[in-house]
Design a protein around this ligand. Structure first.
Ligand code: AMP
Length: 219
């Protein structure tokens, strides 16, 4: 199947949709945010730098992401397709990503932009909760996605936590960074003729149906 890239502002549901795609199509989900969150737990110079950058809502240095992405894409499980979210995050990264793909003999595949208004995102961001054990994503401000028991994962009973960058202040920075840096990559992929827009308003299932239609039609 074609590779998939999800592009969307913070809290648009990229991670949730990526999980659903992974479940249905059995392809790996590569999230630079998840990889960086793991690194941020390390007690090393790199861990501290990443931890501080993530909490502020700014982007980590491009060079760090290139190595992480390349190493991940070289793994065997990416040969039959993968879904990438959170990368590329700016035009330089997009140009570099195109080169990484070329060097590995991969195509960019479908680039899917999830379009959604800022006020909806702001409400979602403060409600997002994540399971520290299995990574399942919940949202206490989205009825269909509220955990049955507060702070406990429905799937595995793990403890739910709030990301350090899921607060209004960091959201404002992340959203502005998205407008300034990430939106230009939409044009970059539009020019390549691989970009598809999806309306991000609706239930998780409704948005998934829209994405799945693109994937299903083009696989
Ligand atoms: P996400 O989980 O995709 O919302 O990413 C969370 C945070 O990780 C971002 O706000 C950035 O600080 C960092 N991050 C994730 N992906 C990248 C990337 N491609 N380039 C730079 N920083 C990134």
């Amino acid at each position: 199947m074609k590779n998939i890239m999800l592009v969307a502002p913070p809290a648009a549901g990229k991670g949730t949709q990526a999980e659903l795609i992974t479940e249905k199509y059995h392809i790996p989900h590569i999230s630079t945010g998840d990889i960086l969150r793991d690194i941020s737990k390390e007690d090393t110079e790199m861990g501290i730098y990443v931890r501080e950058t993530l909490s502020s809502g700014n982007l980590v240095k491009d060079e760090i992401t290139y190595e992480l992405v390349k190493q991940r894409l070289e793994k065997d499980d990416c040969k039959n397709g993968f879904i990438i979210d959170g990368f590329p995050r700016n035009l330089e990264q997009a140009i570099h990503y195109d080169e990484i793909l070329k060097s590995l003999g991969f195509e960019v595949g479908n680039v899917i932009s999830i379009d959604i208004d800022r006020d909806v995102l702001e409400k979602r961001i403060v409600g997002r909760r994540i399971c520290e054990d299995c990574g399942a994503i919940y949202n206490v401000n989205v009825l269909e996605n509220t955990p049955k028991q507060e702070s406990v994962c429905d799937e595995c009973g793990g403890r739910l936590y709030q990301r350090s960058d899921d607060n209004i202040e960091a959201f404002n920075t992340r959203y502005q960074t998205y407008l300034d840096k990430t939106e230009p990559i939409i044009k970059h992929y539009e020019k390549q003729g691989v970009l598809k827009h999806v309306d991000g308003i609706g239930t998780i299932e409704e948005v998934f149906q829209r994405i799945d239609k693109i994937i299903g039609d083009e696989s």
